[in-house]
Design a protein around this ligand. Structure first.
Ligand code: ADP
Ligand code: ZN
Length: 446
């Protein structure tokens, strides 16, 4: 099943393995130097940062160790919005060659900018990830992430081109065409969201595609939370190694971190992004191993550096002796965002925890929707999940028994009662990008 080739064709001029394998001490030195540069650059070029640093009493020339970063205030998404569109750019606009932007469903979108150097770094970060996981010249990289204002597609494109791969920038949607191209062009690499990958699998199976006969070997899947059993499902159905890739536009886009072939934590491209985990309530920096909110400081970007940017993503950091040889710090699979955390009768629940339980139940399809309502002023949580065709036609009583047994499994894993509603196959909306896992109906009038 693992069709990954060995690392042949090394292209040293494009590649700096010595940094990712250099070890903690060298990395810290490198980070400290880059942090000082970044802070000086922000201070010298941008009014917002100058005011910020002055208020916090931080002199960029007097940063002596990495932990001094804790003296600096956080940057939040709200502040990016308040400085819409270009207020936090740190180079003159004529040096900026690209902007990207987030969706902006709750106000001004956040706009991020890149100089030519920043685009180069972006490509470099993903190139290292792809190269280290077996992608080389000759690979055919199908990018099914959206292009456009969303950062998903471009980063992978730059990386793949730097490696000399053939890029297929198909973008999201038009699933049958995705499948045809995958087969005809013999795509070996897929860049996509996990939910859309699963949809591609489903449509492929329906029209008779035999994924074991395709050429796909590795997928870089991310842009949304997903669970370990979801990976198993994707690998089983698509016959490729599925790696978890993480990033966000404010920090650079995809390429902040990604799993190596060990699939045990995501190596952070630490020479470009300094990571911290904080307690989201107190803002206190937490030691490695403690779960909290990820905070990133960019170390090499010029147009849009971020200083202690609060991602709202929940994870923890850890160091290990990774058999892949990289010494880069790792982050655990992000569980979800503080925004998406549901608080039901005092218990914190992430959709990904529910997914993890559902995915392990035989005869359930990997398609679900969490529905929130209120009943007598109390929040009620229900999960709709599709059953496989084979059992949908069972007797009603058997299905009710099945629902109860899943409720029991959810209760023992999560500690609250979540009502389960089994749904007919193919009735829950499929995603062609980031999946919408929660339908919040609490504000709806009856
Ligand atoms: P937004 O979704 O805020 O418009 P982006 O498109 O830049 O912004 O998406 C970045 C966000 O997507 C991250 O902050 C995180 O919440 C989520 N994300 C990205 N990759 C992963 C991943 N591998 N696992 C979990 N969540 C992810
Ligand atoms: Zn590794």
């Amino acid at each position: 099943m693992n069709k990954i080739k060995g690392k042949g064709n090394r292209t040293p001029e494009l590649f700096d393995p010595e940094i990712s394998t250099a070890g903690r001490q060298r990395m810290r030195q490198l980070q400290l130097g880059a942090l000082k540069q970044t802070l000086k650059h922000c201070y010298a070029s941008n009014e917002f940062y100058r005011k910020r640093f002055d208020e916090a009493g931080v002199d960029p020339d007097r940063i002596n160790e990495l932990s001094d970063i804790e003296k600096l205030p956080f940057t939040t998404k709200e502040e990016l919005r308040l400085n819409y569109p270009f207020g936090l750019f740190c180079t003159p606009l004529d040096e900026v060659v690209r902007v990207h932007s987030s969706s902006g469903t709750t106000g001004n979108p956040t706009v991020v900018g890149y100089t030519r150097h920043d685009l180069d770094i972006w490509g470099h970060c993903l190139m290292r990830i792809m190269y280290d996981t077996g992608v080389t010249k000759g690979d055919i990289v199908q990018i099914s992430h959206g292009f456009g204002m969303f950062t998903g597609g471009f980063g992978f494109q730059y990386a793949a081109e730097k490696l000399g791969c053939l890029v297929v920038p198909i973008s999201g949607g038009n699933t049958e065409r995705q499948l045809k191209i995958m087969a005809d062009f013999k795509s070996t690499v897929l860049c996509c969201t996990p939910s859309y990958t699963l949809h591609i699998a489903e449509v492929g199976e329906k029209i008779g595609v035999d994924f074991s006969k395709l050429s796909l070997k590795v997928g870089y899947l991310g842009a949304e939370p997903w669970s370990e059993p979801m990976r198993d499902e994707i690998e089983r159905r698509i016959h490729m190694t599925a790696l978890n890739s993480y990033g966000l536009s404010e920090v650079i886009g995809p390429g902040v971190s990604c799993e190596c072939l060990e699939k045990n934590g995501l190596h952070i491209n630490e020479d470009h992004f300094f990571a911290e985990v904080i307690d989201p309530d107190t803002g206190k920096t937490l030691p490695n191993g403690s779960k909290g909110e990820l905070v990133f400081t960019s170390l090499t970007k010029r147009a849009f550096p971020v200083i202690r940017y609060r991602t709202k993503d929940i994870s923890y950091l850890f160091e290990d002796d990774c058999p892949c040889g990289k010494k880069l710090l790792k982050m655990a699979r992000p569980m979800g965002r503080t925004d998406d955390m549901l608080i039901i009768r005092g218990v914190n629940v992430f959709p990904s925890q529910i997914e993890e339980v559902l995915m392990k139940v035989k005869d359930l399809e990997p398609h679900y929707l969490i529905v929130l309502t209120t009943e007598n002023y109390l929040d009620k949580i229900e999960v709709w999940v599709e059953v496989s065709d084979s059992i949908f036609h069972e007797k009603l009583m058997d299905l009710e028994f099945f629902e109860k047994s899943i409720e029991g499994r959810l209760y023992s894993a999560i500690g609250i009662h979540i009502k389960v509603s089994l749904k007919e196959p193919k009735t829950i909306a499929r995603s062609e990008g980031k999946a919408q896992r929660v339908w919040d109906r609490r504000q709806e009038k009856n």
